[in-house]
Design a protein around this ligand. Sequence first.
Ligand code: VGL
Ligand code: ZN
Length: 222
Amino acid sequence: MSSSSRKIEPTEEALIVVDVQNDFCPPEGALAVPRGDEVVPVINLLRPAFRCVVFTQDWHPPGHVSFASAHPGHQALERVSVALPDGRSTPQVLWPDHCVQETVGAQLHRGLQVDAPGDLLVRKGTDARYDSYSAFKDDSGVPTGLAEQLRQRGVTHVLVCGLALDYCVRATACDALDAGFRVSVIVDATRGIDEVDCAKALATFRELGIQAVTARKVLQER
Ligand code: VGL
Ligand code: ZN
């Protein structure tokens, strides 16, 4: 790869790899996204084209509010209402226990190439009381610091990929836009949980001006 062929100053763009963790991947993940592991080789092809790559990790304490096991009488995939600090409540989808801090399930997929200089790691959903689909802030509004770290590096455009398209990829892309970044989603480097919800997410992206791109197009431009 010759750096002279880059049209864009590389630090202006960051690749955000959302939650490519064992628990979201078949065959053994506790909350496996169908064909979620297929994003790994695509992301490995993409990553050398970026000087700034952010890996996010869903990183829940035991008993996290999103775990069905923390809500006696309820089951995974049910929706309940959860209190926010301002007294309002928010709908919460209940999930099987997943991405518990320090467990194998929470580790990034072992096929993923990580730890190049410049890589960032963001852990989210660490407060037992609040969920955090977004890599930028949790449901109570507490920021992870990612927006600030990206700005410090001069990033203005983020390209989002990973798992799951209809949950954490969608929330992260939308919050990146709110934080003032130009946003693209690399659709063939994502997989989703529910087909209808994925279609809704793509429609939302179109409405908001979040660009849907392919890995091939991203690589061709470099
Ligand atoms: C996610 C459900 C629960 C995700 C995280 O990474 O999309 N989905 N926690
Ligand atoms: Zn989670």
